[in-house]
Ligand binder design. Structure first.
Ligand code: ATP
Ligand code: MG
Length: 275
């Protein structure tokens, strides 16, 4: 059964997509079968993995949420044979409104993931920068959520709102939801403020903060424009190394709570992304 992790922070530009794409790729390169779900209408995770906007036209996560497609129908293979993706397109903006009148509207993604969960070891969900219905669906569908925090002065701004929302989801929709951890991103070793932010957040959140801290690394920011994860673009970069470390931390955690980590090896008949 897949472990489902939502990458969430309603603050924009903190590294959610960079973390989703590269964590998913890192897990896949560690031989885990991974499904990356792009829940952001911006579609950055989709383009970041090289899936072009016109591809897979009527089979995006939007069509799953409104009941026009099964999740399996939207899943594409990627260059990494262990990594699969369900893409987003701008229609997803409308899903927030279209879902209002739907039965069990907060559970639609959860119900969809349940249909493929046995095929994967991990499902990673890239959330949009808001706490609307899309993020609510992602938090309801998840076993845990991972929060990227940028190492900057306002890092903690809005975090209490996110934690409150997660608390409400846990209370009302998904009792098993827990925080996977906080990952510090865009750390700049030469910047005193970066060090202060790390200290403050570690004081606040203790062992909830991942030991792997993602540095500011130009290779990480260049990779998406080539439609590649950091492992394809520059596997020897510090960014690649740190995302691989993060993936190992998550696998270790997973192994410590679950003795049976083997999942059935099925490859499914998924469409081919032109990557
Ligand atoms: P949004 O809220 O718009 O979805 P996001 O939280 O998904 O944004 P990203 O898109 O991952 O954030 O990152 C924002 C910008 O910062 C991007 O241009 C990305 O390439 C860059 N970036 C992210 N992480 C790093 C890093 N560690 N080093 C350098 N640049 C980074
Ligand atoms: Mg994003």
């Amino acid at each position: 059964m897949a472990k489902v992790i939502s990458i969430a922070n309603q603050k924009g530009g903190v590294g959610k997509t960079t973390t989703s794409v590269n964590l998913a790729s890192a897990l896949a390169s560690l031989n885990k079968k991974v499904l990356l779900i792009d829940m952001d209408p911006q579609g950055n995770a989709s383009s970041g993995l090289g899936v072009k906007k016109y591809e897979n036209q009527d089979s995006h996560i939007y069509h799953v949420l409104i009941g026009e497609r099964t999740l399996a129908e939207t899943i594409l293979k990627t260059k990494n044979p262990k990594l699969f993706i369900s893409t987003a397109n701008p229609d997803l903006v409308g899903a927030e409104i279209e879902m209002i009148d739907m039965p069990q509207r907060e559970y639609r993604l959860k119900q969809a993931i349940a249909t493929v969960a046995e095929e994967f070891d991990f499902v990673i969900i890239d959330c949009p920068p808001s706490l609307g219905m899309l993020t609510l669906n992602a938090l309801t569908a998840a076993n845990s959520f991972l929060v990227p925090l940028q190492c900057e002065y306002y890092a903690l701004e809005g975090l209490s709102q996110l934690l409150n929302t997660a608390g409400l989801v846990k209370k009302n929709l998904n009792p098993a939801l827990h925080i996977e951890g906080i990952v510090l991103t865009m750390f700049d070793t030469r910047n005193n403020l970066s060090h202060q932010v790390v200290t403050e957040i570690k004081n606040h959140f203790g062992d909830k903060v991942f030991a792997s801290i993602i540095p500011r690394n130009v290779r990480l920011s260049e990779a998406p424009s080539h439609g590649q994860s950091i492992f394809e673009y520059d596997g020897k970069s510090i960014g690649a190394l740190k995302y691989q470390e993060l993936a190992k931390e998550i696998i270790l955690k997973q192994n410590s709570v679950e003795t049976d980590t083997e999942s059935p090896e099925q490859n499914g008949n998924y469409g081919e992304a032109n990557v």
